[in-house]
Design a protein around this ligand. Structure first.
Ligand code: ADP
Length: 488
């Protein structure tokens, strides 16, 4: 994709906006989820503390308020249960709660009002005591919940004041690991990042697709504009099913081509009028010169000058006629009188006459035209001009003893007529230009060959007016093959 394009820039802009929205939304969602999970943990801590305190008190009642009942809490919170079975119903309850609450990974401490530790988990990690003092202070008024980081592992804790046997006040500090919450949050983060990446890629793809769709008329205008030349000013962009803004663009573009077409037609018409006006005086001069030449009393030197002038006038008249014709091809489309014609029969006739030109120069002329009928829609007068131009060129640029062949083939439903010579060929540097008006290859040290440089241009215009074209292959000193292609 081109980075300096509207398509690229809009896709990037849309995706950047979407990225910002997604980041805001995901952060909010992430924080909300964390908050909900912490709320749940708080509730869980509360229930656990409540159960522990309830059970301690129940034991207290059974053992007449003796504090050692509390040592059972340690059992409650460790895997290794050593609850005396003799305690009956309370023991069973104790054990049941222990498993129901899944408290064997938690840490606890019971402190009295002076901050003295009465009881704590046997495996309470080093440094945890300080944090419990600090964050879950035994004093009332502070927040009852806190998040602690004990040796790199996150914990959530509760400060739960209670009275034992309805007399002595104590505080239970209970912390549970946040591993499952952190695990869930990590998963959520992965899902969110993946979601953001996938959404971004999708938005880039859809954005680029939509922009391409929206900009399609612009691309069409660009393509059409680059294809337009003086020869095909009839091209217009279709304006159905376009958005309002694009419709305006396409309409003004089409109107601009309209104006261009009219201007070109006007120029062509003007040139054809000029050419026509020049032809008449030149024909008169030519007539006068011929008359003067035929007079017996003309001096030899005057005769020579008149001959040269006559040759140049002939050349001028030919150029003017060719230019007139080229101009008419461009602006008077009805100049071609198309009819159904048999191409092979027509070519036999052309070769009969053109062959004479070759034979006069001592060139072998070989028409390879099949007898079968090949029907085309064509204007015989202009097609004759086309083939005479090609054969005339072949004769001009082929030395005597060379060969010219006319080969007719049918390929992919198209008739192909090739004029092949064994002449001097065309240098690669000149090959691109030979169809241009007035282009003639000039070779140092060679005598000037007659010609106007308009023959191939005329031939190409005629072939294209028949829905075909001219292609060629040429190699210097080996020869050239000009092929006219016709739709059959
Ligand atoms: P011209 O009237 O000068 O022949 P064309 O338009 O017919 O003008 O041809 C343009 C140029 O193309 C010629 O000057 C010539 O150099 C080259 N050319 C055309 N046909 C041939 C050919 N069969 N062999 C070699 N060169 C050719």
């Amino acid at each position: 994709m081109i980075t300096n394009s509207i398509r690229f820039k809009t896709s990037i802009l849309y995706s950047s906006i979407l990225l910002v929205i997604l980041i805001f939304f995901s952060t909010y969602l992430f924080q909300a989820a964390r908050h909900i999970l912490y709320q749940n943990i708080n509730e869980e801590l509360n229930i656990k503390a409540d159960q522990i305190v309830g059970t301690i008190n129940a034991y207290g009642e059974v053992t007449n308020g003796k504090l050692p009942a509390m040592s059972l809490v340690r059992e409650f919170l460790s895997d290794d249960v050593k609850v005396p079975v003799a305690q009956g119903v309370i023991d069973k309850l104790w054990e049941k709660h222990r498993w129901l609450l899944g408290a064997h990974n938690d840490f606890f401490r019971i402190v009295d009002v002076n901050g003295e530790v009465i009881l704590q988990s046997e495996d309470l990690p080093a440094g945890a005591g300080f944090l419990l003092d600090h964050l879950l202070s035994i004093r009332a008024g502070a927040d009852n919940y806190a998040t602690l980081n004990i040796n790199g592992i996150p914990f959530r804790g509760i400060r739960y004041p209670f009275t034992f046997n309805y007399r002595k006040p104590y505080v239970l500090q209970l912390v549970v690991p946040l591993t499952s919450v952190e695990h869930t949050m990590a998963k959520l983060l992965t899902v969110m990042i993946t979601g953001i990446i996938v959404t971004l890629l999708l938005s880039l793809f859809i954005g680029s697709f939509l922009t391409r769709k929206i900009l399609k008329p612009v691309t069409e205008v660009t393509l059409t504009a680059s294809n337009i030349s003086q020869k095909n000013l009839g091209i217009r962009i279709k304006d159905q099913a376009l958005d309002h803004e694009m419709l305006l663009l396409v309409d003004s573009f089409n109107q601009m081509i309209d104006r261009l077409e009219k201007s070109f037609a006007h120029i062509n018409e003007f040139s054809s009028h000029v050419a026509h006006e020049l032809k008449t005086p030149l024909s008169i001069i030519k007539g006068e010169l011929e008359l003067a030449l035929s007079a017996d009393n003309a001096r030899e030197e005057d005769r020579r000058v008149m001959m040269v002038t006559l040759e140049e006038i002939d050349r001028l008249i030919k150029i003017i006629k060719d230019l007139l014709l080229l101009a008419k091809f461009d602006y008077k489309l009805n100049i071609f009188k198309m009819e159904r014609m048999n191409l092979t029969e027509f070519l036999h006739d052309v070769c009969r006459h053109a062959g004479v030109l070759a034979q006069e120069k001592g060139i072998r002329f070989s028409p390879l035209i099949p007898e079968e009928e090949l029907w085309i829609q064509g204007d015989p007068v202009h097609l004759r001009r086309l083939f005479f131009n090609l054969i005339h060129n072949a004769v001009k640029f082929t030395p005597s003893c060379g060969e010219i062949s006319i080969i007719v083939t049918v390929l992919e439903g198209k008739g192909r007529v090739s004029v092949k010579d064994t002449g001097e060929g065309i240098a690669p540097a000149d090959q691109k230009k030979i169809f241009e008006k007035f282009y003639r290859v000039r070779k140092a040290g060679h005598e000037e060959v007659s010609g106007t440089g308009l023959g191939l241009c005329l031939a190409q215009s005629i072939a294209r007016a028949h829905g075909g074209d001219i292609v060629f292959e040429s190699a210097p000193q080996k020869g050239s093959t000009f092929t006219v292609i016709f739709p059959l």
